[in-house]
Ligand binder design. Structure first.
Ligand code: F6R
Length: 240
């Protein structure tokens, strides 16, 4: 691991931005793996600002998102499709056809998983951006997920559904399943950039870096990846 410790969330976003921008400007056709959640929002704002003020072009950029809920139409305000457009893509000049997000309302979701994995095989992700869950999850790969997994369907844990219920009109509307890149999928990307801030990530960061390589901490699989950059604030690094 290359570990960069910073003071706070804003500095973490700035460091992550430097890494992402370098990937974008150094490849003819950069292939970015992207994440949702609260962590990348600061980074995405910086990418949008940089595009606007410096004209950094995303015309040739290709993206693959980690995951998506199953069963919601794309236009639903809680899909990761909507999140990514609102928080990143709408502010860049990336062609819509270059954007890949698992199609959660496909009428054949297992086939969609295979198709998504095949598409990534064709492009090879240059850099995969990751957040990490307090329990060490990456993507929707919760503790206990096999390290051999490719893009697959997951049943959402009741706790995850309850946590997300506030974004929906009622708990019944919260999806029960999602599509996620698997751990083996994530391991195929040439580089991984994992960003984590806050004390509630400290145990997960410890487990990822110093803990045993174990399905109990999905992120610990990254100990076997040759090129991982970890950007953490002091709070998230406090148990290292
Ligand atoms: C996002 C994702 C999740 C988040 C993780 C951390 O696409 O797959 O694994 O990265 O849950 O979420 P935040 O950043 O909200 O703490």
């Amino acid at each position: 691991f290359k570990i960069i410790v910073v003071e706070n969330y804003d500095e973490a976003s700035s460091e992550a931005f430097k890494v992402m921008k370098e990937e974008v400007v150094s490849h003819e056709k950069p292939v970015l793996g992207l994440a949702t959640g609260s962590t990348p929002i600061g980074l995405y704002k910086k990418m949008q600002a940089d595009h606007k003020s410096n004209g950094t072009s995303y015309k040739n950029v290709i993206t693959f998102n980690l995951d998506e809920y199953i069963g919601l139409p794309k236009s639903h305000e809680q899909t990761y499709y909507t999140f990514m457009h609102e928080n990143l893509f709408d502010g860049l000049n990336i062609p819509e056809e270059n954007i890949h997000i698992p199609v959660g309302d496909s009428d054949n979701v297992p086939a969609e998983c295979v198709k998504y994995e095949e598409a990534m095989k064709e492009y090879n992700i240059d850099i995969q951006l990751l957040g990490i869950g307090g329990n060490g999850h990456i993507g929707f790969n919760e503790p206990g997920t096999s390290f051999d997994t490719l893009t697959h369907i997951v049943d959402l844990q009741e706790k995850t559904r309850l946590d997300n219920a506030r974004f929906f009109d009622s708990i019944d509307e919260v999806p029960t399943q999602a599509i996620t890149m698997g751990i083996a999928t994530i391991m195929k990307s040439k580089k991984v950039l994992l960003v984590a801030t806050g004390e509630n990530k400290a145990d997960a960061i410890y487990g990822m870096i110093k803990g045993p390589i174990s399905e109990d901490c999905p992120a610990s699989a990254l100990q076997n990846h040759p090129n991982v950059i970890v950007i953490v604030d002091k709070a998230a690094a406090s148990k290292l």
